[in-house]
Design a protein around this ligand. Structure first.
Ligand code: PXP
Length: 242
């Protein structure tokens, strides 16, 4: 039987709506608690260098109040390393970050940035934070994750989500091959970016994938059905595919 597939709910865009007005609502911490009560296995939040959505105070409150694991998404910078070491989240996912981008575009170049990432990965690991690298489904990047000693990789599904037809099928094959290669080398496989009720099944069906991180779509759906119901529907789409 295929192992349980965890759902990490990314609450960044609850903070985006809050920050559009600079008011104190909607509160991403409240969203995290609702998501957890509805069956999310963990909460994911990206503290961007420009603080455009999640803030330092959000991370502090999430660290205090959550009863499910927190996965902190962070750029590979000294500032973010310091914040991670201070709050000691369950997990830290290292993502590439460019100030001008709308969202995380493409995976981390783990292969090209080995020397920069190696000390960061080992400091996080020494603090018992489970490190994950957000990478493209590419054998070269997985080899780099192995060399860096990362216990987890998160495969970027953004391209898969944008494509259709034969090109999407080809990208799905790359994801499945990358998941198999990583798992064969003892790396736990997560996936995420751009996942919706309509495209999640094929990713959830990849047997080596153990966790999906999903945010933007769920926060959008929450406007129509409520966040708890959106999380339950996603959970059920994932379970059906498994
Ligand atoms: N995983 C990672 C590493 C991400 O950077 C993001 C976006 O912040 C997600 C998952 C979630 O993507 P989406 O919001 O498109 O569901």
């Amino acid at each position: 039987m295929t192992a349980h597939l965890r759902l990490g709910v990314n609450i960044d865009h609850v903070a985006t709506v809050r920050n559009a007005r600079g008011a104190g609502y909607p509160d991403p911490v409240r969203a995290a608690l609702v998501a957890a009560a509805a069956g999310a296995d963990g909460i994911t939040a990206h503290l961007r260098e420009d603080r455009r959505h999640i803030t330092d105070d959000d991370i502090a409150r999430l660290s205090e109040q959550l009863t499910v694991p927190l996965n902190l998404e962070m750029a590979a910078t000294d500032e973010m390393l310091g914040i991670a070491l201070r709050h000691r989240p369950h997990a830290a996912c290292i993502v590439p970050e460019k100030r001008e981008e709308l969202t995380t575009e493409g995976g981390l170049d783990a292969a090209g940035q080995h020397n920069r990432l190696a000390p960061l990965v080992s400091e996080l690991r020494n603090a018992n934070i489970r490190v994950s690298l957000f990478i493209e489904p590419d054998a070269r990047q997985i080899d780099a994750a192995i060399r860096l000693g990362a216990p987890v990789v998160e495969l970027h599904t953004g391209r898969y989500a944008e494509l259709a037809g034969a090109a999407q099928a080809e990208e799905l094959r790359r994801l499945a091959d990358a998941a198999a290669l990583a798992a064969k080398n003892g790396i736990e496989v997560h996936a995420g970016h751009g996942l919706t009720y309509d495209n999640v099944a094929a990713i959830a069906a990849i047997p080596q994938v153990r966790e999906l991180n999903i945010g933007h779509f769920l926060v959008g759906e929450a406007m129509f059905v409520g966040l708890g119901e959106a999380v339950r529907l996603m959970r059920s789409a994932m379970d059906q595919a498994r």
